[in-house]
Design a binder for this molecule. Sequence first.
Ligand SMILES: [Zn+2]
Length: 286
Amino acid sequence: MIWEAKKIASGKNIGNMSTSALLLIYEKTIIPAITYNLEVWSNWQQKNWQAIEKVQAKALKQMFNLPKTTPYWGLLCELGMWNMKSRIVHKRMILLHSIARSADNRIGKEIIEDQKHRETDQCWYSQVCEEGEEYKLPVQDVGKYTKSEWKKLVKSKIMKNIVNESIIKRRQMKKLEILKNQKYERQSYLNYTSVTEVTDIIKTKLHMWDIGRNMGGNRDCIGCTREVDGISHIIHCQELKKIGMEGNKQWIEQSTLANIQKMTKFIKRYVEKRDEKDEMESNMEK
Ligand SMILES: [Zn+2]
């Protein structure tokens, strides 16, 4: 399905609009297929949540040709996208409201009334209550809200939760340093940049270029021959300057789109040179 979406949104057909097209197909066809009816399931365990997040993580990385180790929360933050738990909790809360407010849904209502009075923590209603507590939503009073009021409230609480979680993740992970102060929303360049270029920009922002230990490799700098720990070394390396590769620390400190693009160009040039050097050395060994 991801492959189909990529084909429809391929750069050849729509150029710079390819990213918005791909994201639109993802939200309108892929996500509904993955989350179909999941809101009626109950008794979700931690491992279930983790499994469903993995599905989205894999799909997004495939869409943008990113390495498997790309930080999921970094990607979500860049795309301003909801994680799967938020999507499912959202659907469940909307379902709760329609059951509570609709007269022609008596069976659903009866089941919930029954579950309210049963002392089990494994039914649908107890799942809703748990999530209500977690997201600070007054599920017991759901019937007092109009549909649009409830929708608005649910959305704002979920968004608050996502932003808080992403702030924690961004503080913890070194790879997310460039995103540290970024607003949690779809970055505007995504609307007018092709998928290929978006892939490069995201790789720069999330430290996903294969230039050192950050990717599990153990590569040495082509300037100073010391071990490289990631992008920050090659930007600051004095020896690289001598071979005409001068980085600028502003690129990381002021991560505007223009700076990220300059840094991406620099990194790609570095990787090219490094690969040429590797090839020459391996030819000499033969
Ligand atoms: Zn160096």
